[in-house]
Design a binder for this molecule. Structure first.
Ligand code: B12
Ligand code: SF4
Length: 502
């Protein structure tokens, strides 16, 4: 008799192009592989994902459905589909995991259509939860879950981080029977076949604006260099990957691991990219920086955040990061031919509107200084969107300034909150529309003056045309109403790394 306890795992649509391998649900699939039957629906790869989900659920053999959910467009699809699934297939047990439900679990569980939230890593707790539900045994003691009990929301204890080398291999071959792996290897600035890999979880730091902190609580666990190499070699040999995007929050925490990995990967002639901290990498020796470049590391994403030392302190950036260090490090990277991709967070709260405005002006001036020091530096601009890091002084400060998160999933997916998720217009009460315009207009002019190298579709001719329009504005600091630049960027579909992925 066919089993009726199969698991369907859904990755809601998160990208229009460059579909990355859905690592979040693939980890969950790995956790039940060999024990329960599972299938994946990848919203990025389906024209009608709800139709596909229905085609599985209508067989009656799927008892569980798991969604991975990030804020933004993924959340919108997750909300619409979950509602529909509960209406059409009310017996299906719905489990959400990922960053959004781990933080906004009240709104998620009160919606009535999500039964369980997995809070942080699901590798151990997901199979334990399914076992408990299958065997009718208590699930209350399973770590990392959140559920409803009458009117109460119960959060179980957090599990220690798992040794990453002990996790089962990701079931790429089985995924390939559903969605061809070749189509997950996209053409990017890094290579013709770029593969997304996740080599560590968490982060040892506690920046107060960062959503990694409440989930991982300053903990970090990583796969060994050899383990990463073996996995990547498999993908290279089998599907021809020639480039790697490391999706770790902080790939470069350990110089020793980076050096070991660089030595292993160097002969494979692959190009790679990852995320790092300036103060950590600034401690790396010249020898290490040369080695990683020779081993294929072409561009590194750094959270620069601000050139203002007082703000860096309030952001709890930790370590020793300072404006002077950010500038000096941009110069140092030039020496090694590694492109620093600096992200800045503008629009932090301050006691008076004048001070909020001054912070923005100072950071615009600082970004221009960085560009003078090392013009290859890529700049990614975010507008500060609070994350609920309970107890942090910054969170208290934003609440005192009148900021409130939405209370229901319907509010979360309303168009203006979606802008908050995309970190474009954060709806924070201390930012006036004029200030938001200033940030966005500066961004338009900056992107025009220095088009990103990661946009491989924009021809040099088009880049130069946009550059010509933006240069004068950039030089004389006139950013208002940059309609002519916007028009060309829209017509030629200029790529913004902060929206379309890094
Ligand atoms: C890859 C990625 C993307 C990809 C798409 C991913 C996809 N699924 O297709 C792209 C580039 C498109 C993207 C876009 C965005 N992203 Co994104 N993205 C990531 C990134 C770098 C890696 C995610 C990943 O694969 N992790 C690997 C897996 C193994 O880890 P995991 O997801 O945490 O999964 C574990 C647990 O969470 C849990 N779990 C997760 N899902 C599920 C599901 C079930 C059923 C269960 C049981 C458990 C479970 O178990 C897993 C295994 O332990 C993360 C940062 C990070 N390093 O995690 C940010 C991150 C998730 N993104 C984030 C954001 C905000 C966005 C954007 C909304 C905004 C932006 N400007 O970046 C956009 C827009 C998304 C959209 N269009 O909907 C934030 C979320 C913050 C928050 N407050 O919730 C993160 C954390 C980055 C950050 N530090 O700010 N993103
Ligand atoms: S270093 Fe990066 S990932 Fe780590 S807490 Fe700070 S912003 Fe988040």
């Amino acid at each position: 008799m066919a089993a009726h306890n199969k698991i369907l795992l859904f990755n809601p649509r998160s990208a229009k192009i460059t579909f990355r391998v859905p690592n979040s649900i693939l980890n969950i699939a790995a956790s039940v592989e060999g024990k329960y039957d599972w299938m994946v629906v990848d919203g990025n790869r389906e024209d009608d994902p709800m139709g596909k989900i229905s085609s599985y659920l209508s067989t009656g053999s799927f008892k569980y459905i798991g969604f991975t959910v990030m804020p933004g467009p993924q959340l919108r699809q997750a909300v619409a589909f979950s509602k529909k699934i509960k209406e059409l297939y009310p017996k299906t047990i719905m489990i959400w995991g990922g960053y959004f439900p781990s933080q906004q679990y009240n709104a998620v569980l009160k919606s009535g259509y999500v039964d369980f939230v997995v809070n942080g890593p699901g590798d151990h707790c997901f199979p334990q939860l399914i076992d408990a539900l299958e065997n009718n045994t208590p699930y209350e003691l399973i770590k990392n879950i959140i559920y409803r009990s009458g009117d109460d929301i119960i959060k179980t204890r957090k599990e220690d981080l798992i040794e990453q080398d002990t996790l089962p291999p990701l079931p790429y071959d089985k995924l390939h029977t559903m969605y061809s792996m070749e189509n997950y290897l996209g053409k990017t600035y890094l290579g013709k076949k770029t593969f997304a890999y996740h080599s560590s979880i968490g982060c040892p730091f506690t920046c107060s604006f960062c959503s990694v902190v409440p989930i991982y609580e300053a903990r970090w666990k990583a796969k060994s260099a050899q383990h990463i190499y073996n996995d990547l070699k498999y993908i290279k040999d089998k599907w021809g990957a020639d480039a790697i995007e490391f999706h770790d929050n902080n790939f470069f925490v350990s110089e020793k691991r980076v050096v070991e990995f660089a030595k292993l990967i160097k002969p494979e002639k692959m190009t790679w990219w990852g995320m790092a901290r300036i103060d950590t990498m600034n401690k790396f020796s010249d020898e290490t920086l040369s080695l990683i470049r020779e081993a294929g590391c072409k561009i590194i994403f750094f959270g620069a955040e601000s050139g203002n030392d007082e703000l860096l302190k309030r952001m709890d950036k930790g370590g020793t990061q300072s404006g002077a260090q950010i500038a000096a490090f941009a110069a140092r990277m030039k020496q090694f031919d590694i492109i620093p991709e600096y992200s800045f967070v503008l629009g932090m709260p301050a006691p008076t509107p004048e001070q909020v405005e001054k912070q923005i002006d100072d950071d615009i001036a600082f970004i221009k200084k960085i560009k003078r020091i090392n013009p290859t530096t890529e700049i990614v601009l975010y507008t500060y969107s609070p994350v609920p890091t309970e107890g942090s002084s910054l969170f208290k400060e934003v609440q005192n300034n009148g900021f409130r998160f939405p209370q229901t999933l319907e509010d979360w997916v309303s168009p203006h909150w979606e802008n908050f998720d995309m970190r474009k217009n954060p709806l924070t009460p201390w930012l006036t529309p004029a200030m938001i315009d200033k940030i966005r207009n500066f961004e338009t002019v900056l992107n025009g003056r220095y088009p990103t190298v990661t946009d491989i579709r924009l021809t040099s001719l088009r880049k130069n045309a946009i550059k010509a329009l933006a240069t004068l504005r950039y030089k004389i600091n006139i950013y208002q109403y940059p309609y002519e630049i916007k028009l060309l960027q829209r017509i030629w579909k200029y790529r913004q790394p902060e929206i379309q992925g890094f």
